[in-house]
Design a protein around this ligand. Structure first.
Ligand SMILES: C[S@@+](CC[C@H](N)C(=O)[O-])C[C@H]1O[C@@H](n2cnc3c(N)ncnc32)[C@H](O)[C@@H]1O
Length: 246
């Protein structure tokens, strides 16, 4: 039986900019870069965690689960981009477990409208939108593709959500850090967040994010994520990518 979440959802207040892209009025920041959110997601998160190479290397002959942890689900764009790549490169015997966190989920209409910015995602967006109410109202995963893709969304403050992940014994293979800009949304990039990511990680767990802000890099390094600056997407000079070291 689904466990009902016992707190009220705080839906995200958004507005649409002149290019038809969503912007948080709460954090005064866009959900993704103005150039092309889908290409940014593929570059920063899928590319930054080297998912294609890692998935090509998984053994066909055994079943396993690859787990992604994300701070900031937003529109689910990162999830859909990851699903697309998974379908192309991961062995059919493996399961993708995608665990995301968002204290201020979008309402269903806004999420739907955002994802229609990329017609190539329509087929996947339909499936996500179809189960979105269940995803945000019940503290249980939803699944796609005969259970081979599992998605959970924890609608709590990031620090409390990471505690929940610990209680559920998740072992994360790749982290996507996608809060709003660190200067505008510091709670998503606190030392507490990085310290709580560490016990959910193992040797070789990777992390990537679009920002290269100094205190984010220092916080990751302090918590055993060996982190380097890499060329950023679009107008960003740098992004961060790293690996957890025991
Ligand atoms: C840049 S958006 C994420 C974009 C998203 N990955 C996408 O594909 O659309 C950042 C997200 O972090 C969430 N957020 C901000 N502060 C938070 C907090 N303290 N705890 C949990 N989530 C938070 C916001 O609600 C927002 O959806």
């Amino acid at each position: 039986m689904p466990k009902l979440i016992n707190h009220k959802l705080n839906y995200a207040p958004i507005e649409w900019d002149d290019n038809g892209a969503p912007r948080s009025t709460q954090f005064d920041d866009p959900y993704f870069c103005a150039e092309n959110g889908m290409l940014e997601s593929q570059y920063v998160f899928c590319g930054g965690n080297e998912l294609k190479r890692r998935w090509q290397g998984l053994s066909e002959s055994q079943a396993g689960t690859f787990t992604i942890g994300e701070t900031g689900f937003g529109s689910g764009l990162n999830f859909l981009c990851t699903w697309l790549l998974w379908q192309e490169w991961a062995p059919k015997s493996w399961t993708l477990q995608y665990v995301s966190i968002d204290q201020f989920p979008l309402n269903k209409e806004d999420l739907d409208k955002i994802l229609r910015l990329w017609p190539e995602l329509n087929k996947y967006a339909d499936l996500l939108v179809g189960q979105y109410s269940k995803l945000i109202n019940q503290n249980e995963h939803i699944s796609f593709d005969q259970g081979k893709i599992k998605l959970s969304l924890i609608t709590k403050h990031v620090v409390l959500a990471l505690d929940d992940m610990r209680k559920e014994n998740y072992g994360v293979d790749a982290w996507y850090l996608d809060g709003f800009a660190p200067a505008k949304n510091p709670e998503m990039w606190s030392d507490d967040v990085f310290a709580k990511m560490a016990p959910l990680s193992k040797a070789g767990t990777t992390v990537s994010t679009y920002t290269s802000t100094g205190f984010v890099r220092r916080g990751l390094i302090k918590n055993r994520f060996e982190t380097v600056r890499a060329p950023g997407f679009g107008r960003k000079r740098h992004m961060l990518k790293g690996k957890y070291c025991l």
